[in-house]
Design a protein around this ligand. Structure first.
Ligand code: SF4
Length: 319
């Protein structure tokens, strides 16, 4: 997960929750990609530092277990950078230039100068991140599959040039719930419509109280269509079947007002987040423990990464 902002509900439900489950079936490597954040945020590195800490705390608070998974920070494992360099020698420039998101993102972030090698080479660093652990699978949503394709191509090219070292990583497809933001668009930090795990209960309550509803319900007596309300989309994730049915029929008949509807949602989101908030507070009050966990995880990652890199150097005839 890239260290370019705080963790919000969309990240929790779209990625972290799935990562927690995967720990039961796979040998997992989860890390904060702080170098990746530099590719677009090189002018504001202090934000990356803050974000790295927030991500780590939320990894652990959400249930990632350092005894079962390897949890680390990308820049604490310098082998990623060496493999990135070696891969840059064999990757045709055209492969990087034709990555679909390359031009899109340059347009989207037009307030920054992204005509840098670091930004163009982002998929290479990502490939190094994956294949240095000889990963078989990467948990992604369907829209990220093309990004993984370039990693597969680079691994294939390396194997063809020097000999079989890397498995071609496959997408471990996961269905993610659609998490709407406060304004009904996809929850995203760049839209300013997110509920963050670091928000206090008071802030979460306030955000939901002022969240967009079906615009046709201007007065309490107006009937609404819950499907047009982002509040209802969140109910689908957090509320019970009975509550969901009650909210839907109450909204259509105007028997329930938006404030009461939101109160049910607030209660359910609080129930869901309370254990996470508790673990967050424990970690925030014990920074030494957090440092120890990430230090141990990074050492463990480094051990595996160094082993792969040894094989790479040997295969390339560099040793
Ligand atoms: S009653 Fe609930 S679902 Fe219906 S518009 Fe109001 S907030 Fe949205």
């Amino acid at each position: 997960m890239q260290a370019s902002g705080k963790v919000h509900l969309g990240n929790l439900l779209g990625a972290l929750r799935n990562w927690v489950t995967l720990q039961d079936s796979y040998d997992c490597f989860y890390f904060v990609a702080d170098w990746h954040a530099l590719t677009t945020g090189y002018a504001t590195p202090s934000e990356i530092k803050e974000s790295t800490k927030d991500l780590l705390i939320n990894f652990l608070a959400s249930g990632l277990d350092p005894d079962r998974s390897t949890i680390f920070i990308q820049s604490m494992v310098p082998q990623h950078a060496e493999l990135h360099l070696l891969l840059s020698m064999i990757t045709p420039l055209g492969w990087l230039e034709r990555v679909p998101t390359y031009k899109e993102k340059i347009q989207e972030l037009n307030d920054r100068d992204l005509s840098t090698y670091g930004f163009l080479g982002y998929p290479l660093l990502q490939t190094a991140d994956i294949i240095i652990y000889k990963a078989n699978f990467v948990p992604v949503g369907i829209d990220q599959v093309p990004h993984l394709e370039i990693s597969r191509e680079i691994a294939r090219r390396f194997n063809f040039l020097y000999g079989e070292v890397f498995p071609e990583p496959e997408a471990l497809l996961t269905e993610f719930p659609k998490v709407p933001g406060l304004d009904g668009r996809k929850m995203s930090k760049s839209y300013g419509n997110a509920i963050y795990l670091s928000d206090s209960p008071e802030v979460v309550e306030q955000k939901i109280r002022t969240m967009m509803t079906d615009p046709s319900r201007k007065r309490r007596t107006d009937k609404g269509d819950p499907e047009l309300s982002p509040v209802y989309q969140l109910h689908k994730i957090f509320s019970s079947k009975e509550e969901l049915e009650g909210v839907a029929s109450g909204c259509c008949s105007a028997e329930i007002g938006c404030i009461d509807c939101k109160k049910i949602l607030i209660k359910n989101i609080f129930t869901y987040l309370e254990p996470i908030w508790k673990r967050r507070n424990d970690l925030l009050s014990n920074p030494d423990m957090l440092f120890e966990i990430v230090k141990k995880g990074s050492e463990k990652a480094m051990h595996t990464a160094a082993e792969t890199l040894g094989t790479v150097r040997e295969t390339m005839g560099l040793r």
